[in-house]
Design a protein around this ligand. Structure first.
Ligand code: PEP
Length: 252
């Protein structure tokens, strides 16, 4: 049985005052719980504030994106080595907003995945189909393409030291959640695809569901056999919601 993992993606939200309030609401409650892993991923300018607040807590610090290149002449970018040096332990790669709005390609995401692991960070690899792709019946083909780019570049064993987040694009920030059965079907497909190359990696990899997860639907999602937790966007900005989602992760 894999330990559940709940990660908050704050996206491009926050302020010093707002973050302090959110963390005050989160940390005492999360400290009193156990039996699951937990992380928050604030925007870069707030990593220092959040690192300070998380000191001595059970909550890991992550970033939302990373540059695929090593340190050098890449103005505006942040390397995996810098994130590791700073104290991040994980980084999201291939979020659908990066793919759709910032031109991240499957190959570029695979490069970020490899750069993250080389720097000792755990990549959280996001995959997922758009509504048009689901309606066209190509969900598995799309997810397979996104996953295979990483399997081919990083090797299947590398997935055993990573996290995958299945995030159907039509469910992100829309209030529409995949049903537990819909999500489970894709999670099982993803695990099967990894298993076809490396059984141990498939057994180890945690596959999170993301897309309008809230306190009210986390429990039923987390009961599914291949759903190992959640990547939480909007609800990670509301302390009571995020804590309640984490509580669901303990129960299952
Ligand atoms: C996300 O940003 O990864 C996400 C799943 O967002 P939301 O929970 O708001 O749908």
């Amino acid at each position: 049985m894999r330990v559940k993992f709940v990660a908050g993606n704050w996206k491009m939200n926050g302020s010093h005052a707002g973050n302090a309030k959110l963390l005050e609401g989160l940390l005492p409650a999360l400290q009193s719980m156990s039996g699951f892993d937990c992380a928050v991923c604030p925007p870069y300018p707030y990593l220092a504030q959040v690192r300070q607040a998380l000191r001595g807590s059970r909550v890991a610090l992550g970033a939302q994106d990373v540059c695929a290149f090593g340190n050098g002449a890449y103005t505006g970018a942040v390397s995996a080595a810098m994130l590791g040096d700073f104290g991040c332990s994980l980084v999201i790669v291939g979020h659908s907003e990066r793919r759709a709005l910032f031109g991240d390609t499957d190959a570029g995401v695979a490069d970020k995945f490899v750069a993250a692991q080389q720097a000792g960070l755990m990549p959280v690899l996001c995959v997922g189909e758009t509504l048009a792709e689901r309606e066209a019946g190509t969900t598995e083909a799309v997810v397979a393409r996104q996953l295979d780019a990483v399997l081919d570049k990083a090797g299947a064993a590398a997935l055993g030291r990573a996290v995958i987040a299945y995030e159907p694009v039509w469910a992100i920030g829309t209030g529409k959640t995949a049903t537990p059965e819909q999500a489970q079907a894709v999670h099982a497909f993803i695990r099967g695809r990894v298993a076809a190359r490396d059984g141990a990696a498939a057994a180890a990899v945690r596959i999170l569901y993301g897309g309008s997860v809230k306190a009210g639907n986390a429990g039923e999602l987390f009961t599914m056999p291949d759903i190992d937790g959640g990547l939480i966007g909007g609800a990670s900005l509301v302390a009571e919601e995020f804590v309640a989602i984490c509580r669901s992760a303990v129960r299952h």
